[in-house]
Design a protein around this ligand. Structure first.
Ligand SMILES: NC(=O)c1ccc[n+]([C@@H]2O[C@H](COP(=O)([O-])OP(=O)(O)OC[C@H]3O[C@@H](n4cnc5c(N)ncnc54)[C@H](O)[C@@H]3O)[C@@H](O)[C@H]2O)c1
Ligand SMILES: O=c1ccn([C@@H]2O[C@H](COP(=O)(O)OP(=O)(O)O[C@H]3OC[C@@H](O)[C@H](O)[C@H]3O)[C@@H](O)[C@H]2O)c(=O)[nH]1
Length: 386
């Protein structure tokens, strides 16, 4: 493997990374990248390893010995501190992060995103270890613009909706809107990490992902996850397309999101890992401001792309409207619009996303079709028990 240089032309020394939540969507892509392109070693902690199995076996893989899986629930496992001590850097990805859980399992959500992250921060701080913590774009909540009158011309002014790490406020709904339990827990852990940095010198980087999507995201209900489970929108819509049922648009699908391809976003994380001097002490938005759509437009685009990659005809009525109460239950609320400001990540790491929404959906839905179409057909052909 050729010697790796950082952005300032210095040689990058191989390091050991303790990655918590390595078996999830982002973790699996990050492990893949680290194994294929770097000499770094990964201590991969998670309760599951299905999404990284292909990196762990067989022993003949070129990176064998550089990735070690530890089946650990960080809620209660005394091995955690030892593993953090063995590493140069800890990356914490572990969390409950599906909106269907925020208002239905608010206690688990708050414990997972705040309480369970506390020992990780403490062990890093006490042992002088660097921490990259995964927060979320949800900490911004709603845009200022969403509170302006519908016809106000200021709604078109980016000052009222573009989200900036160092100046935008965090605007959540009332306490009974339990949707915000996740965002609020993530905000408090960000504040704690920031305070550890200021008061105790913790070397930290906080990442705020803006809807990273791609292969291996979440699960397809009834195939590799519970039939009644509700994953994030990419997997919900993929599931509908695979089963040839209409895509469900929550409250008319008017909310807006910017989607970034997981492989672009992982490039940004690798830059953070390998350029500590440029990344420490910073909070980074990581998203693609050019890929903005309403959820309704996303549904239309996914339907078109899926028709192309599967060769199956489009349904007569490709989508239906559902209320958020019906879909998520009491206490749901939504972010109206999420456009990341890219100034800080651009200046510090020179990173820019590359992949258009159409292209990323094409590669992702090709993967979904190849991975799940047969299994879905088989499961739908089975007679249902009465
Ligand atoms: N994917 C996105 O677009 C996105 C957006 C915003 C924030 N994030 C944040 O990024 C992080 C990773 O997200 P993801 O999309 O990969 O989610 P994911 O659910 O696929 O991955 C999280 C992983 O953490 C593991 N985990 C959870 N609790 C654990 C515990 N107590 N002990 C050990 N392992 C545990 C899970 O088993 C899972 O494999 C999360 O913190 C999430 O809040 C992701
Ligand atoms: O079937 C569906 C699923 C979802 N939706 C809508 O699609 C939008 C996006 O939903 P997602 O499930 O991807 O989740 P959100 O973008 O709201 O939040 C996500 O953002 C950042 C991360 O912290 C988390 O991964 C998650 O909280 C929401 O407006 C939701 O209401 C549908 O209209 N239909």
């Amino acid at each position: 493997m050729a010697a790796r240089m950082d952005l300032d032309g210095r040689l990058i020394k191989p390091m050991t990374i303790c990655m918590i939540g390595a078996g999830g969507f982002i973790g699996s892509h990050l492990c893949e990248k680290l194994m294929a392109e770097t000499p770094h070693k990964v201590l991969a902690l998670d309760v599951y390893n299905d999404k990284i199995k292909h990196l762990l076996e067989p022993d003949s893989l070129p990176w064998a010995g550089r990735i070690e899986f530890h089946r650990i629930n960080i809620k209660h496992d005394s091995r955690l501190e030892g593993l953090i001590k063995m590493a140069d850097l800890t990356i914490n990805l572990a969390a409950i992060c599906t909106p269907a859980d925020y208002n239905t399992r608010p206690l688990d959500t708050i414990y997972s995103n705040f309480i369970d992250a506390l020992p990780v921060v403490k062990y890093c701080s006490e042992n002088n270890k660097r921490l990259i913590h995964f927060s979320t774009c949800e900490v911004y909540g709603k845009t200022i613009g969403s509170f302006l009158p519908k016809d106000s011309p200021l709604r078109k002014d980016p000052a009222y909706y573009v989200l900036k790490e160092d100046t935008s406020p965090c605007i959540f709904g009332s306490i009974e809107k339990q949707r915000w339990s996740y965002a609020c827990a993530k905000q408090l852990i960000e504040r704690l990490i920031y305070a550890e940095g200021v008061e105790n010198g913790l070397d930290f980087t906080i990442v705020r992902p803006f809807n990273w999507i791609g292969p291996r995201m979440d699960f397809i209900p009834g195939i590799d996850g519970p039939s009644e489970g509700v994953p994030r929108v990419l997997a919900c819509f993929s599931n509908n397309l695979l089963r040839r049922e209409p895509l469900k648009l929550v409250d008319g699908g008017q909310s807006q999101r910017t989607f970034v391809y997981i492989k672009d976003a992982i490039e940004a994380v690798l830059l953070m890992i390998e350029n500590p001097d440029r990344a420490n002490g910073h909070i980074f938005n990581v998203g693609n401001p050019n890929n903005e759509v309403t959820v309704r437009q996303l549904a239309e685009m996914m339907t078109q792309v899926y028709t192309k990659v599967s060769g199956e005809p489009m349904l007569q009525s490709p989508s239906i409207d559902v209320s958020s109460k019906e879909f998520y239950g009491e206490g749901y609320d939504d972010s109206d619009k999420r456009i990341p400001d890219m100034t800080i990540i651009n200046k510090q790491l020179g990173w820019n996303p590359k992949t258009s929404l159409w292209d990323l959906l094409e590669s992702t839905l090709t993967y979904q079709h190849r991975t799940y179409a047969e299994a879905i057909k088989k499961s739908m052909a089975k007679p249902t028990a009465f």
